[in-house]
Design a protein around this ligand. Structure first.
Ligand code: NAD
Ligand code: DAU
Length: 335
């Protein structure tokens, strides 16, 4: 498929960014530059073995205009994923969330404005707040912004900046708001890999509060194909919601993981709840499906989880060095 020739991917060493980079290199003839600060969340190993003539990694801060401006000038499109991404970390210290997610997006927007580039901004369904468990509605592109967590507020603020730059300055940008991703290379601080690696390490999974909270799961491969569809066919100025009809309670997911790993489904602990814990997220992706003809390839969460478990089993060298410290930080808060 045709996409722009030179793509700058911010945050491309992260969980979703590295999947997207591989999709671009596998499915198009575009070249890719990743700009990434290589924070604790980055996985340079996920970018090994990429074709040197089409791929380059630049280590730098997305909030540093002296780095961002010349890179934006050299590329046709910016796909902006660089962010602080974990809610629990924002509750401990929101400072880098405001700096990277807000100032970083502002820095990208100013460079894109100056060089008349095209931007795709990757955002989250959390900007819409949360839904009651029994609410028949799901989020759509028309839902009101109602962020309820420091992380979600930083992402919502970044979306508002993008929209204002489109309207006031004519910047050519699209936005996508995606539901919860799972898959390979996800940091073990996040729900699915935390529980999978707990089981692999002989620990018990840890579920917050009553565990009835619902998330709408999508495999990161499917998020990547959605981003490609938006780059190829998305309408400038539009927002697209990305989701794969994967609503499940946390209890459901943890029991599925335990069963797939040959353990008793009751073999987990309920622990201290997250402050301000959003109850439910749910995406109606009709616009993406109808306008851009996108379909997810994973329609069975259990099969996707089984493959993800196999991946973590095979990549213990990557995650095990970080396990002790990650769990110690949680333990300090009774989680
Ligand atoms: P991640 O934490 O795995 O990766 C983030 C990447 O950004 C890392 O490589 C990190 O080094 C880089 N980064 C952080 N601060 C930076 C800075 N100041 N300058 C340059 N690079 C920096 O995150 P992820 O889960 O891959 O999420 C990627 C994007 O997708 C984020 O914008 C996130 O808000 C959004 N998103 C994530 C999900 C999800 O379920 N994980 C869902 C919807 C949207
Ligand atoms: O909805 C999209 C968002 O999904 C993204 O914007 C975020 O970047 C991404 O981190 C994710 O946010 P969540 O807060 O939903 O993901 P997390 O993996 O942290 O938690 C998923 C659910 O599991 C949530 O209800 C909290 C709960 N949880 C999490 C952890 C780490 C537990 O019960 N136990 C845990 O150990």
């Amino acid at each position: 498929p045709h996409v722009a020739q030179r793509i700058l991917v911010t945050g491309g060493a992260g969980f979703i960014g590295s999947s997207f980079v591989r999709h671009v290199l596998d499915r198009t003839d575009a070249s890719v530059t990743v700009l990434d600060k290589l924070t604790y969340a980055a996985s340079p190993a996920a970018l090994e073995d990429l074709p040197a003539d089409r791929f380059r990694l630049v280590v730098g801060d997305v909030a540093d205009a002296t780095v961002v401006d010349p890179l934006v000038a050299e590329h046709d499109v910016v796909v902006h994923l660089a962010a602080e991404s974990h809610n629990d970390n924002a509750l401990r210290d929101p400072t880098p969330f405001v700096q990277t997610n807000l100032v970083g997006t502002f820095t990208v927007l100013e460079a894109v404005r100056r060089h008349d580039g095209r931007l795709h901004h990757v955002s989250s369904d959390e900007v819409y707040g949360d839904l009651a468990l029994d609410d028949p509605e799901r989020f759509t592109e028309e839902s009101a912004y109602r962020p309820g967590t420091p992380y979600a507020a930083s992402k919502a603020g970044s979306d508002h900046l993008v929209r204002a730059w489109v309207r006031a300055f004519g910047v050519r940008a699209t936005i996508s708001c995606c539901s919860n991703n799972y898959g390979p290379w996800q940091h073990i601080e996040k729900f699915v890999p935390r529980q999978v690696t707990n089981v692999l390490d002989g620990r018990r999974p840890r579920v917050y509060g009553d565990g009835a909270h619902v998330r709408d799961w999508i495999h990161t491969d499917d998020h990547s194909t959605a981003l490609l569809a938006i780059l190829e066919r998305g309408r400038i100025g539009e927002t697209y919601l990305v989701g794969a009809d994967g609503e499940r309670s946390n209890l459901d997911v943890v029991r599925t993981i335990l069963r797939l790993m040959g353990r008793d489904e009751a073999d987990f602990d309920l622990v201290a709840d997250r402050a301000g814990h959003d109850r439910r997220y749910a995406i109606d992706a009709t616009r993406l499906r109808d306008e851009l003809d996108w379909r997810p390839s994973y329609d069975d969460l259990e099969a996707g989880l089984a493959r993800t478990i196999d991946w973590y089993r095979a990549h213990a060298d990557w995650w095990r060095p970080h396990k002790e410290a990650t769990e110690a930080a949680y333990a300090a808060r009774g989680q």
